[in-house]
Write a protein that binds this ligand. Structure first.
Ligand code: IPM
Ligand code: MG
Length: 382
């Protein structure tokens, strides 16, 4: 197919960002380009700076025109942002604000974080093998509301000293749309929905729980349970395989998804999709990023794991580009690469040296996935 003009060309914005972002995105791009050659589609990339690199270049975390570029694309492929140079609590501009602005301005209200455990990585998890085997869950995190965005959010000085406020607000509409998406996803999977809240303390959680109950009759085929977030954090380690789809507000989702990543052996394995309501010519508009951050301590060393970014590319093909079969081929190529023993340092750590393991860096791992993808397409053995 490679010598024919591609049947379709997708318009993607790519945001390498800070820290390890550029390295993992470089690997991810090569896998997507290879998928295009093998399956006959083209990609037109527009690269934009967001995060610390944008603060350096333009003085802001993201420029208005770059938000517009993202909005006009079929999807956004995102690396990571965050830079310790901006960690000063008094800093006025922070890279993270740019990511929050993109999520908000692009109306990406739902963040899908699937957690699956690759059979050959079961031993890489610090959690006992018998517990992590068979884990296949999906965290649906509300992404544009809650305490991340509520106003006021500020420090004040009062006669009694400093005082601080963050505000947790949700409208009924914001809760209902993400809860409905949770039900829809559960319907397409094992038909179990866990709604996570803190209804014994928070008013916002009590409305959340009420709305889950209001939506529930529309999905009689889905089993629903409510869990308090603290107990749920415990159950996620004690009996993770019981969970299917888990829906929760923004901050709870941020926390529990990092916890859940431990099950998969490494934060470097987990992809994500941030979706909104807008349809493009090919699917739902979305932003795709690994859930790990910019990891400045290992940046520029070619040791970061690119698989979360590569798997985020697969999610992009599935959700935004209407190419579920190609997404599956990439996921299969990742599984084959791991089965062949390729390991970035984060995946080696828990198990130590084992026979058959090949320690590789970021780019070699991505190249191995490209090779597996090409071999898989030929139906060949490597
Ligand atoms: C995530 C990250 C972000 C968040 C940070 C970088 C703002 O932790 O995507 O989980 O808190 O949402
Ligand atoms: Mg997080």
């Amino acid at each position: 197919m490679s010598d024919q003009a591609p049947a379709v060309t997708y318009r993607l914005v790519v945001v390498p960002g800070d820290g390890i972002g550029p390295e993992v995105i470089s690997g991810g791009r090569r896998v997507l380009e290879a998928a295009g050659r093998v399956f006959g589609f083209g990609i037109e990339w527009t690269e934009v700076k967001v995060g610390g690199v944008a603060i350096d270049a333009y003085g802001v975390g993201v420029r208005d025109e770059d938000v517009d570029r993202c909005a006009a694309a079929d999807a956004v492929y995102f690396g990571a942002i965050g830079d310790p140079r901006f960690n000063d609590p008094k800093a006025k501009v922070r890279p993270e604000q740019a990511l929050l602005r993109l999520r908000k301005d692009l109306c990406l209200y739902a963040n899908l974080r699937p957690v699956t455990v690759q059979p050959c990585l079961v031993a890489s998890s610090p959690v006992r093998e018998s517990l992590v085997a068979g884990v296949d869950l999906m965290i649906v995190r509300e992404l544009t509301g809650g305490i991340y965005f509520g106003k006021p959010s500020e420090q004040r000085v009062t006669p009694a000293g400093r005082e601080v406020v963050d505000t947790l607000t949700y409208t009924e509409h914001e809760i209902r749309r993400v809860v409905k998406l949770g039900f829809e996803l559960a319907r397409g999977r094992r038909k179990k929905l866990t709604s996570v809240d803190k209804a014994n303390v928070l008013e916002s959680s009590r409305l959340w729980r009420t709305i889950v109950e209001e939506v529930r009759p529309d999905y009689p085929d889905v089993t629903v349970e409510h869990r308090l977030v603290d107990a749920c954090a415990m159950a996620l380690i004690q009996r993770p395989a019981q969970f299917d789809v888990m829906v929760m507000e923004n901050l709870f989702g941020d926390i529990l998804s990092d916890e859940a990543s431990v099950l998969a052996g490494s934060l470097g394995m987990l992809p994500s999709a941030s979706l909104g309501e807008r349809r493009t010519a090919h699917g739902l508009f979305g932003l795709y990023e690994p859930i790990h951050g910019s990891a400045p301590d290992i940046a520029g060393k070619d040791i970061a794991n690119p698989l979360a970014t590569i798997l985020s590319g697969a999610m992009m093909l599935r959700w935004s580009l209407g190419k579920a079969a190609v997404a599956q081929a990439i996921e299969a190529a990742v599984a084959a690469t791991l089965a062949d023993g390729y390991r970035t340092p984060d995946l080696v750590a828990a198990t130590g040296d084992q026979p058959g393991q090949r320690k590789v860096g970021t780019q070699a791992m991505a190249d191995a996935v490209v090779a597996a993808l090409e071999a898989g397409a030929k139906g060949g053995q490597r």
